[in-house]
Ligand binder design. Structure first.
Ligand code: AHR
Length: 512
């Protein structure tokens, strides 16, 4: 009986069951491509904080953990799979206490110093040369963040010259003496971090003046001058975007903004990484979706002062931040299926604003906050967030496609309701149309009908990430608890129906 039903469905003689009433319909218009989704939207942030750099990524040449010039082979190998386009370094709040000269020259001669951020003793084994070694291994671009808080115009100017000067200058000679004859390529350079807080508790007007002063003296060859980023406001505070986009026209390619997702209603009680109830599943996803309004608010201000769209909104810190109770190291947290949905929903929002959001860097890469990878000495696990980044690789530099969702489901808990399905589509560099889907409902699967205007879609194939529990996660003992599974669907009667499981992220390529 089942065989007969299946054959009839394939022949288009009976409606596929998923086309029943209550189905969500997604219509993609491949004939009207939108802006390109800059690959740098998938950038990452690696800060000298907790075990984010040391142990997590860099173990030194003498370590028993297999490494290449000190960088862990397992971690670098896994990150390569993500095609990481851009890495922001060395902070964060760390950047505003970092003095670059401490991190160049022979490693055994470098000083140690204590930094406010994470109360660690910084050994300075990873400095400029080591960072660019990592960047080279990953094939990524560099986003270096300078020190405004405790540095000086001269120090920052010297660092940029040290990295970018193509010869002749004493700092270029010092770089060569330290082992790197050719200049390093700095794609972006950030002038300070969180100046409203850890970077110096400043006001935007004061920083705008400081920025102009710093930027004016950052010497680099014209052809390889880094794109300068101004450090902007906190979350929904658009005052910084307002002042900076007015005052820094022509002197910055982007204004940064930081927005973290916490499940709780205050920073004092953020919520747990694991073992949470459905109310925190809901609040986490609902809070993540606020990113859309946040971006719209900042974009409205940018549109006022920069209608030519020369200044981007760089969301260079985003992701989940949970209570740290019992963490192995500063800001270490587990990462569950919930984090995978946070990442996917955030991507959809960034895609939607591709024109104004050319770069984001998730906080952070390894062992800190919403990480791709967790390590415990020689052990390593890939997180659900890692797998989400991997599934979305085709969206890097893809052309976004307009998409309409009809009859969307909604997911309600108590007084909160959010859309049941979130979707994003793009034509990737390989020529295929990719569709990403999130089902926010933790209990109900959803049937989605997909059509692409002017095309007969024959099928879809890709990956789905889900699990039985909301906080499914990988541990050092059980590293394979949650990982993507293959998914495919065939069109019936010229129509494609996809069943998206409860609490799932799915990315498929459509077969046209
Ligand atoms: O990502 C952790 C910290 O959060 C960064 O150092 C800082 O910029 C932000 O407040």
């Amino acid at each position: 009986m089942n065989i007969i039903k299946h054959s009839l469905a394939v022949l288009g003689m009976i409606a596929a069951p998923a086309f029943a009433a209550g189905q969500v319909t997604i219509s993609i218009d491949a004939g009207k491509p939108g802006p390109v989704i800059n690959k740098n939207v998938y950038g990452q942030f690696a800060e000298h904080l907790g075990t984010g750099i040391y142990e997590g990524m860099y173990v030194g040449l003498k370590s028993n953990i297999p490494n290449t010039r000190g960088w862990r082979n397992d971690v670098v190998g896994a990150l390569k799979e993500l095609h990481v386009p851009l890495v922001r370094w060395p902070g964060g709040c760390f950047a505003d206490t970092y003095h670059w000269r401490d991190g160049v020259g022979p490693q055994d001669k470098r000083p140690g110093n204590v930094h406010a951020n994470g109360a660690i003793e910084e050994i300075n084994a990873v400095g400029t040369h080591e960072f660019f070694d990592l960047i080279d291994m990953l094939g990524a671009d560099a986003y270096v963040n300078g020190n405004v808080g405790t540095g000086s115009v001269q120090e920052m100017s010297d660092w940029v010259e040290y990295m970018t000067s193509d010869g002749g200058s004493p700092l270029a000679r010092l770089r060569a003496q330290n082992g790197h004859e050719k200049p390093f390529k700095v794609a972006y350079f950030g002038i300070g971090n969180e100046l409203w807080g850890c970077g110096g508790n400043m006001k935007p007007d004061y920083y705008a003046n400081l920025y102009s002063n710093y930027e004016n003296f950052l010497r680099a060859p014209e052809k390889s001058r880094p794109k300068m980023i101004a450090s902007g406001g906190n979350g929904f505070d658009t005052a910084w975007t307002d002042v900076l986009s007015k005052e820094l026209k022509g002197r910055t390619v982007g204004i940064s903004v930081h927005q973290y997702t916490i499940p709780g209603s205050s920073w004092e009680v953020k919520g747990k990484d694991l073992g949470f109830k459905e109310d925190e599943w809901m609040s986490t996803l609902a809070n993540t979706l606020k990113m859309d309004q946040l971006v719209k608010n900042h974009v409205a201000v940018l549109d006022k002062h920069d209608p030519e769209k020369k200044i981007g909104l760089m969301v260079d810190e985003w992701g989940t931040w949970y209570d740290e109770a019992g963490a192995r190291s500063a800001l270490f947290q587990q990462n569950s299926l919930r984090d995978a949905l946070v990442a996917a929903l955030s991507f959809h929002i960034f895609h939607e604003h591709a024109e104004r959001v050319p770069m984001t860097t998730i906080a952070q890469m390894v062992n800190v906050l919403q990480a791709m990878i967790l390590t415990d000495k020689e052990k390593m696990v890939l997180t659900p967030t890692y797998y989400t980044f991997q599934m979305y690789v085709p969206f890097q530099d893809a052309r976004s496609l307009p998409l309409a969702i009809k009859d969307n489901t909604s997911y309600t808990l108590g007084a909160t309701t959010i859309p049941g399905v979130s979707a994003s589509a793009a034509r990737a560099k390989d020529g295929k149309v990719y569709l990403a889907l999130v089902n926010t409902d933790p209990s109900k699967a959803v049937d989605v009908a997909v059509n692409v205007a002017g095309t007969m879609v024959k099928g879809a194939a890709g990956k789905v990430l889900t699990s039985a529990t909301m906080d499914a996660h990988n541990t050092f003992q059980n590293p394979q608890v949650i990982k993507p599974a293959a998914f495919s669907a065939r069109a019936a009667g010229g129509k494609l129906a996809i069943k998206v499981p409860a609490k799932a992220v799915m990315v498929v390529a459509l077969e046209e």
